[in-house]
Write a protein that binds this ligand. Structure first.
Ligand code: SF4
Length: 213
């Protein structure tokens, strides 16, 4: 089935209604969302949320993070994956935001991705969650689901994001990541998608749809 903007908008809308909750890393402020998403790479959101309150209590400002040593930051997040390199990135991020952006999280893709440790996925989450600016964060769930739906054959997230920006109407962009992460954990799971209970199955191009057991 050839995807059209109308179908794409409908599917995103259906998923958006089915999963109305905010994203796990939608942490309220741009600062928290940026730090949370950065920390969540290659680790679970649950693990990040476990350490996050104490981490922010110890380092409540960019100044406190910029002043801290990498080892001090690492000690507060050492239960999450890649914590040493993340601690280094967080310190660099804090220094950079203070120096280049007067302590404010920037609001454009170019500025956000100029920060150490911040790629397009993280930047898109910040734009979308914290500022309500239309953006599509292609993470592992979005990548898998979009390929199954047949909306893009891209073999990397950057190319897929480009395809999606063309296909999906802009007013629906902010629902893509938010709803598909939950959809990808609940129904369109990595190993065996539960197609028999999928609310968007009739628009999905996946050839090996799983029948009801
Ligand atoms: S039909 Fe199956 S593969 Fe397609 S979106 Fe639904 S759960 Fe995923």
């Amino acid at each position: 089935m050839t995807p059209t903007p109308e179908i794409a908008a409908k599917v995103v809308m259906i998923l958006g209604k089915r999963y109305p909750q905010k994203g796990d890393m939608d942490l309220g402020t741009a600062e928290d969302t940026l730090l949370g998403v950065l920390m969540s790479a290659r680790t679970t959101d649950v693990q990040v949320l476990r350490v996050f309150p104490a981490f922010r209590k110890r380092f409540p400002t960019w100044e406190s993070l910029a002043r801290a040593s990498v080892a001090e930051i690492a000690a507060r997040i050492n239960t999450i994956g890649l914590y040493r390199s993340k601690a280094k990135a967080i310190k660099g991020l804090a220094q950079n935001i203070l120096k280049e952006f007067r302590g404010k999280v920037p609001r454009t893709m170019d500025e956000l991705t100029s920060l150490p440790g911040v790629g397009r996925k993280t930047a898109s989450c910040v734009l979308s969650y914290a500022f309500g600016i239309p953006a599509i964060a292609v993470d592992t769930h979005v990548f898998r689901i979009i390929r199954r739906l047949g909306w893009s054959r891209a073999n990397n997230p950057e190319k897929m994001e480009k395809d999606l920006r063309t296909l999906i109407p802009q007013k629906n962009w902010n629902d893509v990541n938010r709803s598909m992460v939950r959809f990808g954990r609940d129904i369109c799971v990595a190993r065996t998608p539960q197609c028999w209970r999928c609310p968007v199955a009739k628009w999905c191009a996946y050839e090996r749809k799983t029948p009801k057991p």
